[in-house]
Structure formats: C-alpha cells, structure tokens
Design a binder for this molecule. Structure first.
Ligand SMILES: Cc1cc2nc3c(=O)[nH]c(=O)nc-3n(C[C@H](O)[C@H](O)[C@H](O)COP(=O)(O)O)c2cc1C
Length: 358
C-alpha cells in the first residue's frame, strides 16, 4: 500500500513527487546577513527530486533583523550569495521557496540601522529575558506602511532573481505581520487596526504586491493563528485563521501553510481540540500543515485529507534524507537542540548522518 506522504501532489505548476516539506528553520549561520557556501551543502543534503524546501526566515530589509547571523535578501550581494545555494537544490530536482521575513518588534536597537528603534504596529514592547534583549518599538505611521509592503515586494523580486521557485511570506510566530494580525498586540486606531478586516489589511496588501510582482503561482504564505509566541496571541484564532483562508482565495496563490494549534510555543506541543481543518477546507489552493508531526501523524493527515503537504522541522533538521527514511521505514537520527542556533558551519548543521553512514 502506498505511503500517503510519499504520493505525488500537484501544486499549481509544480509537480511534487512527495508531500514531505522542509519547514523553514532559522540556523543563524549567515555571517553578516550574507548566506554562506555551507548553506549550499545543508540545503542540497535535504533536497530530493520533486521535494519542496522552504528556506530559513530571510530578512526583507535592513530593519527586518532581530537575531544574529540570519540571512537577508535585500542587497545585490545577498542575491548573488543565494544563487549557488538555489542551484544546489535544483541540481537534485528540488523546489525551493524563500521565506521572506520582517521581525518587527522582536529586535533591539543593536540590529537596527543607526541604532534606531525597531518598528512595529505598536509601541508596546516585549520583555527581555536571559536570551534576548528587546528595545521598545516605534509605532509605524500610517503613511510608512506602503514602504514596508514594498520591501516585501522587492524581496520577492530579488528571490526570483536569485533563482528561487517562489517565496513564502512569513506571517507566523509573532513577527511583524503577526503583530498586525493579533488583537493582543495591534492597538492601532487607523485602517490597519481594530476590526479583523483592518488587522488583516497589512498582510493582504503584501500578498497583493508580491503576487503582482512575481505571479500568484510563486507565492505561499505561513500563519500561526493559534500560537502566542513573542506575546503575540489572539482572542479568536479560529475567526482569524478562517478570515485569512477565505481572503487568500482571491489571489490564487500556490499555498497556505499553517502551524498546528498544538504548537502554542516554538517547539513545544500541547494537546488541544482546536484544529486547522476549517481553514484547510476554506482555502482553495495547496494546504501545508506543520508542527509536531511524526511520520505516522503526517501520513494520517494526508490520508484523512486534513492537509495536502506536511512540513517537518526538527526531524528534517536532523535527518537530511527524511523522505528516504520514511520510505524504507528506517530509524531517525535524534536532533540536538544545543546546536540549533550555533554559528558552526558544520557541527549540528551538515554533519547529521545519512542512512548509509549510520
Ligand atoms: C531551529 C528552529 C528554527 C526555526 N525557524 C523558523 C523560521 O525561520 N521560520 C518559521 O516560520 N518557523 C521556524 N521554526 C518553526 C518550524 O518551522 C516548525 O513550525 C516547528 O519546528 C514545529 O515543527 P516540528 O515539530 O516539525 O519541528 C523554527 C523551529 C526550529 C526548531
């Protein structure tokens, strides 16, 4: 009997050979925001013929960063640096989308040009902890918002120039777009705040601009309506998720990628009765689910038609040949959390063994 995750799926013009997607994973090894040659090896290791890969979150502008050594796609140098990485994925028949990102208030003045305040929909700040220091954000003026939308448009153009097959707009996990979406953060009184429609305006303007720039078939988007990372929660995540799923249909984009409600924190699982199924039903394109999936749960999600594709984060991080391991029923390497975000170009990055080496 066919393994559901290993059956083909047509996503617009892309013929995917299987349904196992590399989830976007920040790895903090792009020194000075420039993607490095070691990323070519890392992504090519995780490529397979007809498999979809999504890059780590990649900054759209010089105000978009909030973590050390994360890649950008706003300069010519970034575009040139991404090219060999994209070529490596294509050489193995992979389909590669670049996740384009703005952190908003999840930042501090040290990451910002001229030491300015990070920007957000709000001037409410995050509380610093042992790991991260946050500076109070500056609330964007209404007439500055089109400029940020345009940064996403330019980043999408740059991604296509670098050879990517498409972009994934990062609307999840508490970053700038999510800050606009969620009513526990967005306290604006202009047309970008208040009602659900107003809070979703910013992201839909980005979707429209990016779609017009590169074509709808090259655009995906990621949301986490149920999550509350970075103090970014919503009082009615079901309504938010459903509104977005319906609103996206107008643009005919390639895919909608959502994080499962059980992932309330970045990588911790909680049991819940909440579900993405209503959003999956509402959205007319390819639907990707992510968050805490095992092989069995992924197979079940596809079999029960709860998702078209399943994105795997930590399992794919630690198993470069994850689709092959699923196919042959092999044991999995364990991931090492302590090296997720270290700067080493090899350790915990490209040194996870393939099946033959185990
Ligand atoms: C090391 C690490 C880095 C991550 N970086 C990103 C990122 O850049 N963009 C994003 O949307 N999600 C990011 N996530 C979330 C993952 O894409 C995924 O949703 C999460 O790991 C849950 O899926 P999993 O249980 O399969 O790992 C990251 C998660 C981890 C563990």
């Amino acid at each position: 009997m066919a393994i559901p995750l290993l059956t083909p799926h047509k996503m617009g013009d892309f013929n995917l050979a299987h349904r196992i997607v590399l989830a976007p994973l920040t790895r903090q090894r792009s020194y000075g925001n420039v993607p490095q040659p070691h990323a070519a090896l890392y992504y090519s290791q995780r490529s397979s013929n007809g498999g979809l890969l999504i890059t780590e979150a990649t900054g759209v502008s010089d105000t978009a960063q909030g973590y050390p050594e994360t890649p950008g796609i706003w300069t010519k140098e970034h575009v040139e640096a991404w090219k060999p990485i994209v070529d490596g994925v294509h050489a193995k028949g992979g389909i590669f989308f670049c996740q384009i990102w703005h952190v908003g208030r999840v930042s501090n003045t040290g990451f910002q040009p001229n030491g300015q305040a990070p920007i957000s929909c709000t001037d409410k700040g995050l509380t610093s902890d042992d790991i991260m220091t946050f500076s109070p954000p500056r609330r964007l003026a209404t007439d500055e918002i089109p400029g940020i939308v345009d940064d996403f448009r330019t980043a999408a153009r740059n991604a296509i120039d670098a050879g990517f097959d498409g972009v994934e707009i990062h609307g999840a996990n508490g970053y700038l777009i999510d800050q606009f979406l969620k009513d526990q953060v967005n306290d604006r009184t202009d047309q970008y705040g208040g009602s659900l429609e107003n809070r979703c305006r910013f992201v839909l303007e980005i979707v429209e601009a990016v779609t017009n720039e590169v074509g709808p078939g090259r655009v995906g988007i990621r949301f986490s309506p149920f999550a509350s990372y970075m103090d970014c929660g919503d009082s009615s995540p079901e309504s938010l998720g459903l509104y977005l799923a319906h609103a996206l249909n107008k643009y005919g984009i390639a895919y909608c990628h959502m994080v499962e409600p059980r992932m309330k924190l970045a990588d911790q699982r909680f049991e819940t009765l909440q579900s993405l199924v209503p959003m999956r039903k509402a959205f007319q394109g390819t639907f990707i689910s992510a968050g805490g999936f095992s092989k069995e749960e992924g197979n079940r999600a596809v079999e029960e038609d709860h998702s078209d594709l399943v994105a795997f984060g930590r399992l794919f991080l630690a198993n470069p040949d994850l689709p092959r391991r699923f196919e042959v029923g092999a044991a999995l390497n364990k991931y090492d959390r302590t090296t997720f975000y270290t700067l080493d170009p090899v350790v915990g990055y490209t040194d996870y063994p393939f099946l033959e080496e185990v």
